[in-house]
Structure formats: structure tokens, C-alpha cells
Design a protein around this ligand. Structure first.
Ligand code: PMP
Length: 408
């Protein structure tokens, strides 16, 4: 069993004078970075910095080797092969890569993209635009009463015209248990459809094996899993990537260029035009190693335990509504205080050193379905503890008292 009590000390920001008093509960937006990741970035720039692929000198060869080794590490972390891992700027960029390189070419009138109203805008708006461009249409999985996407509903919504299923494995708002991607993929494939998984909230918090879950594409962001910003991944099944044409053109992705035409490298390089995020990839690989050191099954259990504790304790505070499932859940808890605007709650909690997010969480259709304009969201990660949950619950109670005292 991993002992999580010492984990916080690995994160310099949380150990500074200001950081020591912080209760950071916004990891679903972005995670803090451990010293080993900061050190990997510094080490690359300090000792190995050069552009990749083109240099013949030793330093450039070292940079290229470090970059490709990072790809191997990240691939292993998700159960993929290295040539199936495309480095992108993040989840948004990864989803857009499929929307441009696959959807616009593969979809036509009458074809359907199955998605949901609970998606993050990053996994919804690219499909709205691609559907419009291709003459295809969106269909939406019926949401459960708590707003969540349930596997059974997805299986029931698949139809003969479904060509793409684009869904998050884990919600950034509700904390419901993950989608059974394996079941969805197998059912989709039987109908000739493919599956894109938004893994922005699952890859950082759950053991994910892309081959075992048989998805065609999985998108995720480095910064939500203790890695740097500016780096993310599009995993693509090898046959899918081979069949897709690049959509961004420039250096690094070509194999031969004439004045009037060019040929391109194989995947993943054909989707990585221009100088890639080299240091960021190396930092992300170090984050994967750090998470593997903790053990992803243990990270998942830890985050879940804190999420369940927070949800059940907040649910007992009079006037607090907790969204999402009762009982078993992941480490994301959205809630509201009766009669108090979520932004006021977040501001009041900030005064007590608690960082939570308030807003629509890039999920405006879901907010509409929940009948609210915004929620407060607390999200947990490996550096959080039961003490953070206690502090959150106590501060929510005192915030409630304060506002109701003011109101009367
Ligand atoms: N999907 C989900 C479920 C998310 O939580 C996020 C980040 N909030 C994204 C997509 C977008 O990620 P990024 O901004 O890193 O591209």
C-alpha cells in the first residue's frame, strides 16, 4: 500500500510559506507539479537542449533520444506502443486533430456522431463544427437523472448511422464512476463506428490501458497529471493513424519536399508539424514515472476515498446540494450552497486558503441540464488528505452561516 501522507512534501509549491497553508482542491483544472518534474525540465534545458531530429551533432542526438524516450514512457503508461502516441498541446488539441484529420474526411451526410450534453466544450464544439462541415449530425446520449452518462444509455443509443462515439471516460463535474469504454468500443465496432475517449479526467486518476479498452482514440492533457502545460497526447490505433492524412503542414513532418509538392513521414511524426514541445514531453514522461511510482490503482483509490468522504459530509450540511451520484464516486465533487452564488462561495473559501473552482466548468449544456448556471467544484489528487476534506467541510459550514446571517 502506498502511504500518501508524504506525497504533499514532493510538491514544492505546496511547501512554500504560502503553499503550506493552502488546501489545493482544483486538480481537475490543473495539477500541481512534483519536484522531479521541475527537475526534469531544468535538466533538459540545462544539459540537453537542442532541436530534435535534424541535428547531426551529439547534443542534438541526445535531445532527440530524450524526446523519443519520453514518448516510450508515456506510451507504456497508457498501454500503447510509442508510434501510436502523438504529442499535442493538450486534450483540446488532440480532439481537434481527430476532428480535422479524420472526421472532415470520413464523415458525410446522414452520418452521426454520438456524444452527450455532459461533455466538456473541448469534446463537443469540435464535433459541432466537424458535423457542420461534413453534413453529418450530432446525436446525444440520454443523461441519467444525476446528469451522468451511463454505459447502458450509450449502448442503447448506438445506431446504424453512428460513425463516431465521442465521450469522456470521466466527467470533470459530476464525479460519477467511469464509462465502461471497453463495452462501448466493442459495441461501436460491431456497427462499424469508432470511439474517441476524452481521457482528460481519467488518465490522470485511473489506471488506463488503451489497448485493453479497445478505443480508437484517447485524448489527454499533461498538465492535469502533474506534467507541464503545453503538452498532451492523442493516442490513435495504428491502423487509424496510418489511414489518416495530416492536416497541419510544415517542418519535422515531411519526408521529401519539391517546390510544388511534398511527401510525409509516418505517424506519429506526420501529425507533429514544427518543433514539438520537447522539454514538456520529457516533463510529462517524468510525471508518468512519478504516478507509476505511487501506483495508479492506489492513486485512484485515494482520490475516490477523498471524493466520497467530501460528497457525503457536504451532503449532510443543511442547504448544500451535491450533484452527481450518491455513494461510490471519483474524486470530483460539485455542489452549491442554497441562496449563495458559487463565485461568492469560492471567494469565501479562498479567504480560508482553499482553492476551489466556481463556474460552468466548460460544461454549459450540462449546467442547463442540472438547472443551475454554475457550481462550486472541489477535486482531489494524490497530495490531498482527509485534513483537506475536513477543512473544506468546516469552511463550507461557516460560509453558509455567514451568508445566512447576513441575509437575515
Ligand atoms: N475534457 C475534460 C473532461 C476536461 O476536464 C478538460 C480540462 N478541463 C478538457 C477536456 C480540456 O483540456 P485542455 O484544456 O487541457 O485541453
Amino acid at each position: 500500500m502506498t502511504d500518501f501522507t508524504g506525497v504533499r512534501a514532493d510538491f514544492p509549491l505546496l511547501s512554500t510559506a504560502e503553499g503550506r497553508t493552502l488546501t489545493y482542491l482544483d486538480s481537475a483544472a490543473t495539477a500541481q507539479k512534483p519536484e522531479v518534474v521541475l527537475e526534469a525540465l531544468r535538466h533538459f534545458y540545462r544539459y540537453d537542449n537542442a532541436n530534435v531530429y535534424r541535428g547531426v551533432y551529439g547534443l542534438a542526438a541526445r535531445a532527440t533520444a530524450a524526446f523519443e524516450a519520453a514518448r516510450e514512457t508515456v506510451a507504456a503508461f497508457i498501454g500503447a506502443d510509442a508510434d501510436e502516441v502523438i504529442f499535442t498541446r493538450g486534450t483540446t488539441d488532440a480532439v481537434n486533430t481527430v476532428a480535422w484529420a479524420w472526421a472532415r474526411a470520413a464523415l458525410g451526410p446522414g452520418d452521426e456522431i454520438l456524444t452527450s450534453e455532459a461533455e466538456h466544450h473541448s469534446n463537443l464544439v469540435p464535433w459541432q463544427e466537424a458535423a457542420r462541415a461534413a453534413g453529418a449530425r450530432l446525436r446525444f446520449v440520454e443523461l441519467a437523472a444525476d446528469g451522468s452518462v451511463q454505459t447502458e444509455a450509450v449502448l442503447g443509443a448506438l445506431g446504424p448511422r453512428t460513425r463516431l462515439v465521442a465521450l469522456a471516460q470521466a466527467s470533470n463535474v459530476l464525479g460519477n464512476l467511469p464509462l465502461d469504454v471497453g463495452a462501448v468500443s466493442r459495441a461501436a465496432h460491431r456497427l462499424g463506428a469508432i470511439v474517441l475517449v476524452d481521457g482528460a479526467q481519467s488518465v490522470p486518476h485511473l489506471p488506463v490501458d488503451v489497448h485493453a479498452m479497445e478505443a480508437d482514440f484517447v485524448a489527454f492533457s499533461g498538465h492535469k497529471m502533474m506534467g507541464p502545460t503545453g503538452i498532451g497526447v492523442l493516442y490513435g490505433r495504428r491502423e487509424m493513424l496510418a489511414a489518416m492524412a495530416p492536416f497541419q503542414f510544415g517542418g519535422e513532418m515531411i519526408s521529401h519536399v519539391e517546390a510544388e509538392s511534398a511527401t510525409f513521414k509516418e505517424a506519429p511524426q506526420k501529425f507533429e508539424g514544427g518543433t514539438p514541445p520537447i522539454a514538456q514531453a520529457i516533463g510529462l514522461a517524468r510525471a508518468c514515472e512519478y504516478l507509476s511510482g505511487l501506483g495508479m490503482a492506489e492513486v485512484a483509490a485515494h482520490d475516490r476515498r477523498l471524493g466520497e468522504l467530501a460528497a457525503s459530509q457536504l451532503g449532510e450540511v443543511p442547504g448544500v446540494t451535491v450533484y452527481g451520484p450518491g455513494g461510490a464516486r471519483l474524486g470530483v465533487v460539485s455542489f452549491n450552497l442554497e441562496g449563495v452564488h458559487p463565485h461568492d462561495v469560492a471567494t469565501a473559501l479562498d479567504q480560508q486558503g482553499i482553492c476551489v473552482r466556481a463556474g460552468h466548468h466548460c460544461c454549459q449544456p450540462l449546467m442547463r441540464r442540472l438547472g443551475v448556471v454554475a457550481t462550486v467544484r472541489a477535486s482531489f489528487y494524490a497530495y490531498n488528505s482527509e485534513e483537506d476534506v475536513e477543512k473544506l467541510v468546516a469552511s463550507v459550514m461557516s460560509t453558509m452561516e455567514f451568508f445566512h446571517h447576513v441575509a437575515h
